[in-house]
Design a protein around this ligand. Structure first.
Ligand code: GLN
Length: 538
């Protein structure tokens, strides 16, 4: 078996430079050259996983097939590479400490003092090599969250130093992503912050092999030379990453800059073929040359932060390209929608998506939104909480059960049309205890759901929720016209609902957005955008 090669991606100067996009773009190019590459992310915070984090903190929590609640960068990896990730692809400080402390309790350290070095660093190193040791990958890219110089990143940086030392020459390299700011007053790009952050890395014993420089303006040849000399990297290893109109341009930009070739050279690996990006470029062409435009309302309560609905926004980009349609996603705050202003706020939309979410804030606005979409024949997609709201809306306004609700919002509702699953009732821990990950769903032939999925009778989609459609009310809701078109074959739980009386009205208990990729745009989003185009052109 060939030695697995390791690429570590660190960040300097500021956060939010897009390490995830650079890592995903590089992996894409390596994959397109015929290498088996994967990406993993190490996050320095102490939460065991991002599942318990409010979306305002780090954006959306991304869920994998195996039910791991992970950093949203894993979503970028899947969307770019079209391969699935798992729990092994995302590790946090909390998880590392939890595992070391559990080992200590089991007596595995044989009476030794347990310390950051070597116990925490050994645990990190072991986890860094987990995917590499499976033999499934030629190259493992490891993204280190945070910015070098942060107190909490230190054990990771030390682990990278040790691992590169252990792996030996040409088997592990460091790409440092940094910012080259433009000072408008001076009319100049500045290299000093980069010099300082490379120096900070050096203080921890790590020499950057490649610099990827985020910039708003082209780096001149002189400036590249200066960065190379002062940061002690080869001239060809100074890579410009200029602001792009879409993240999906970044693989091409990195190809032009030669990031993949420099990395392969440093790892002593052959270039193999030139990357075949024809399918990718076809996607980009359709994205940039749309024939139609639609306005889709995204109704949710975390709209102040774009990253809260990352996968949904990306799924619209994939579906837009598939339909040669520019999808303007218009964020609408559910907290400020009520019966009186719903028409004002929502008219002019060609489609309405009611977003996932937790807790009571903004749910009445979501219910009014569903009513507006249902009564006005606006294409509607409800995801998770959005589907639950659609069930509540139907119960309240069609069956007249005015107090129908989810027991998440009102424990004493006389009509708990959405309630907690039996097995969740006694769960008191919040972390990792929901219905998570891939579950099967059987679709009824002849339904909208079945036609969206191309006639497939069984699908698998990812979940992240505690509450469910309450089967006790299924009969009456069904009689009133709410159709359960998808159910879990093992538990009988309702997964998909739809309305025959409406041109496109569908609610799904799962999260289709997690599985949409450039290579495989999700059929639900593709059909939803198509329905919006049809509505607009009517
Ligand atoms: N809060 C709801 C539940 O737990 C929906 C969750 C979601 O939208 N992801 O069931």
């Amino acid at each position: 078996m060939n030695q697995t090669k390791y690429i570590f991606v660190t960040g300097g100067v500021t956060s939010s430079l897009g390490k995830g996009i650079i890592a995903a773009s590089l992996a894409k190019l390596l994959q397109a050259r015929g290498y088996r590459a994967t990406i993993q992310k190490f996050d320095p915070y102490i939460n065991v996983d991002p599942g318990t984090l409010n979306p305002y903190e780090h954006g959306e929590c991304y869920v994998t097939d195996d039910g791991a609640e992970t950093d949203l960068d894993l979503g970028h990896y899947e969307r770019f590479l079209n391969v699935t990730t798992s729990q092994a692809n995302n590790v946090t400080t909390g998880r590392v400490y939890l595992s070391v402390i559990e080992k200590e309790r089991r007596g595995e350290f044989l009476g030794k003092t347990v310390q950051v070095v070597p116990h925490i660093t050994n645990e990190i190193k072991e986890r860094m090599q987990l995917l590499g040791n499976t033999g499934d990958y030629d190259i493992v890219i490891t993204e280190i969250g945070g910015t070098v110089g942060d107190i909490e990143s230190l054990p990771y940086i030390e682990s990278v130093r040790q691992l590169i030392y252990d792996l030996g020459e040409n088997n592990g390299i460091v790409i440092h992503l940094t910012l080259v700011p433009y000072l408008a007053a001076a009319g100049e790009l500045k290299t000093k912050p980069t010099q300082h952050s490379v120096k900070t890395l050096m203080e921890s014993g790590i020499k950057a092999d490649i610099l990827v420089c985020r910039t708003e303006h082209e780096l001149s040849s002189d400036l590249r030379q200066k960065l190379a000399q002062f940061c002690n990297v080869k001239r060809e290893a100074v890579i410009q990453s200029i602001d792009a109109s879409t993240i999906y341009d970044v693989p091409n930009l990195m190809l032009e800059e030669g990031l993949d070739r420099v990395a392969l050279k440093k790892l002593d690996l052959p270039e193999k073929n030139t990357p075949d990006l024809s399918q990718w470029n076809e996607f980009l062409y359709r994205l940039k040359n749309p024939k139609h435009t639609v306005n889709i309302g995204l109704v949710g309560k975390y709209i102040e932060l774009q990253d809260s609905y990352k996968s949904i926004l990306e799924a619209f980009i994939h579906a837009g390209s598939a339909n040669e349609t520019k999808v303007n996603v218009i964020s609408v705050h559910s907290e400020y929608i009520d019966k009186d202003n719903a028409a004002d706020k929502l008219s002019g939309l060609d489609g309405i998506l009611v977003a996932p979410g937790f807790g009571g804030r903004g749910i009445e606005g979501k219910i009014e939104t569903v009513r507006y979409a249902r009564e006005n024949n606006v294409p509607f997609l409800g995801i998770c909480l959005g589907m639950q709201m659609a069930v509540i809306e139907y119960a309240r306004n069609v069956l007249g059960w005015k107090e129908a609700n989810s027991t998440e919002m009102n424990e004493h509702t006389p009509y708990p049309v959405i309630n907690i699953m039996e097995e969740q009732k006694n769960v008191t821990d919040m972390g990792g205890t929901m219905r998570l990950g891939a579950w099967k769903c059987q679709l009824d032939a002849g339904t909208l759901a079945s036609s969206i999925y191309g006639g497939q009778s069984e699908i698998s989609e990812r979940h992240r929720h505690r509450y469910e459609f309450n089967g006790a009310y299924l009969g009456e809701l069904q009689k009133a016209g709410l159709k359960p078109s998808g159910v879990n074959p093992d538990t009988g739980l309702v997964e998909v609902i739809e309305l025959d009386t409406h041109p496109f009205f569908i609610g799904v208990q799962y999260h289709p957005e997690y599985k949409s990729t450039v290579a495989n745009p999700h059929p639900l989003f593709v059909s939803f955008v198509k329905a919006a185009v049809q509505k607009k052109n009517k």
